[in-house]
Design a protein around this ligand. Structure first.
Ligand code: GUN
Length: 272
């Protein structure tokens, strides 16, 4: 069975659109884009198009590569104090001379639609409700729930320990009472951990999931997205091989990508 992220994302966006219509104020998302990273530009455009679709006001602030950290922090401070702005997102990566942690920490937790600030990350870690959950893991949970995939008690393997996907994904699965194994580049016997799992979530950017799964109802979620040597968009999972033995598998493209955007719009519709 294919985990159709594209189809679910449309449903989620429609729900968000209806919710936004009923709000007594229009949410306003500000996306800051520093420099001219090609992928970042595409992601930011996708966010703008989605915001438009659901009736969320969006402003893209394009800043030059040469901006100083201090000036960027000042822009964020101004947005924190701007009552018209309900969400702030700084597109990553940032240029090398800017400390991304300092920038992230400058965002007001109540406007942190990425869920990356220490207050939101910390609340998730100690079992409190953050203002926002990070978009990609939240979108993956929505996808698992849509297909009634049991999370409680499941053996879940998360591959990749990024702050954007792997770590919050593990926390969210733990919150739902899964048994979580976190794997990364130093993990031993990765294949052995993957094949015995109930749920595998891979967010690496390399073909790391390429084995036969032991359990027929196993679930494979592919967060990786990159171009192979032939220029084709591909993910972390050897789809042809793994799909033969897994119960559920998310495709690339059309799986996690559209869910991330829909989940971000869900966040951007929240006004604190
Ligand atoms: N760059 C890649 N993924 C993300 C994300 O989820 N949020 C932000 N702000 N930047 C990113």
């Amino acid at each position: 069975m294919i985990l159709d992220g594209k189809a679910l994302s449309e449903k989620v966006l429609e729900r968000v659109r209806i919710k936004v219509q009923k709000l007594n104020r229009q949410p306003h998302l500000v996306v800051i884009l520093v420099g001219d990273d090609t992928s970042s530009k595409i992601y930011v455009k996708n966010k703008r198009v989605a915001a438009e679709k659901v009736g969320i006001k969006s402003t893209i602030v394009e800043l030059p590569d040469s901006i100083t950290e201090q000036d960027l922090l000042k822009r964020i401070d101004d947005l924190n104090n701007d009552k018209d702005v309900t969400g702030i997102l700084v597109q990553l990566p940032l240029p090398k001379h800017i400390d991304k942690n300092k920038v992230t920490m400058a965002i007001s937790p109540k406007k942190d639609v990425d869920g990356f600030t220490p207050e939101n990350v910390g609340k998730l870690a100690i079992g409190l409700e953050p203002y926002f959950y990070p978009a990609t893991p939240q979108g993956i949970i929505m996808l698992l729930d849509e297909y009634n995939i049991p999370i409680e008690g499941a053996d879940a393997v998360v591959i990749g320990r990024s702050n954007i996907v792997g770590k919050p994904m593990a926390q969210m699965l733990l919150k739902r009472n899964a048994t979580v194994t976190m794997c990364h580049s130093y993990s031993k016997d990765l294949e052995c951990k993957i094949k015995t799992a109930d749920i595998v979530i891979s967010a690496v950017g390399k073909k790391v999931v390429r084995c036969k799964m032991d359990k027929k109802n196993s679930v494979i979620v592919d967060v990786g997205i990159y171009r192979d040597s032939n220029g084709r968009l591909t993910g972390d999972v050897d789809f042809d091989l793994v799909s033969k033995s897994a119960g559920y598998i998310s495709p690339v493209p059309g799986g996690v990508g559209p869910m991330t955007i829909a989940s971000l719009m869900y966040n951007a519709s929240k006004v604190y």
